[in-house]
Ligand binder design. Sequence first.
Ligand SMILES: *Cc1c(COP(=O)(O)O)cnc(C)c1O
Length: 378
Amino acid sequence: MKRAAAVIDLAAVRGNLHRIRELAGNSAVMAVVKADAYGHGMGPIARTARRAGAEWLGVALPSEALALRAMGDEGRILAWLWSPGDSDIAACVRAGVDLSVSSTWALDEVIEASRRVGARARVQIKVDTGLSRNGVTLDQLSGLLDRVAQAVNDGDVEVEAVWSHLADGDTPGADSVARQLDQYLVALEMADARGIRPHLRHLSNSGGLWAHPECRFDLVRTGIAMYGLTPSADLGDSRELGLTPAMSLVARLAGIKGVAAGTGVSYGGTWTAPTETALGLVPIGYADGLPRAAGNLLDVAVGGNRYPIVGRVAMDQFVIDMGAHELPHVGDDVYVFGPGRHGERTADDWAAALDTIGYELVTRIGPRVQREYVEEES
Ligand SMILES: *Cc1c(COP(=O)(O)O)cnc(C)c1O
């Protein structure tokens, strides 16, 4: 490591998938590796997930699916989000990537791609059962299903799945989940009435695995749990869920200096040394995805001790107050967040303090931070 690294523990990813597999029972597992595997690096995570038996990989964008193919992945992949005119659609059909369809324009584009490529496209019909993001509403579903049935007859497409996504999958006892489940079952009946019998039905994300086992159906889509973070603090922390955070964000201490009482630190001098103290310079900042709001709020671990972040987090660096602790040395590893093995807080702890979710913490770690892959003993 030079300056900073996101150290990814592939053994933790495997262990998390093992836990997910236990909860999934007979359902297949789709490992969600969109957004560069939530910042963990798509290639290594995809390979690890496949070796751990993930039947499917899930991504948001067609370009992400093609990147997986370019890395040599030959298994089943679903991509679910694109805008009209996406030039990767035909390539996805050629590459045997399943495409999610939520509207007639999307179906038309897939049909056209299928004809151009000369291969039957596999589609998964996405139903909006209450999340109100993408997905076809039940009002519009009849019309779409009629056109899908026609496209199936014409040999242009095959329907792999009818699926949906939960608004409160991570909330035990949420009323909305029961309502979404009802709507989903109606959608399946509507498809069935037109002779559309999908191979797969899927509704659940990571949170649903714990909170709503009734939503497992044939497959569960899981992202955050594979990375070892909790889908929601309401469900418990990683440890309580039997998960291990896979990413440790580490930087190398780039400077230490003694300062007098009254010395202001970083832009705006929002923190002033109350006594004579030692400051440490940590060479990572908001350009690397570290939230600026962490200044004067959170702490990091060096040599097993925690030190507060003082003053504002800058673009490339922040400062810690090392006070009276036995001083670390320049070049020491600074653990920003991780599984806690070195005394550091977890990404979920950071998320709670910053009023966000672990998902946002890890996905925002930028490309300037190198990824390193290790296998830790558990
Ligand atoms: C991102 C995403 C998932 C994964 O959700 P987790 O909460 O990380 O398990 C599943 N399904 C869809 C449609 C998604 O966009």
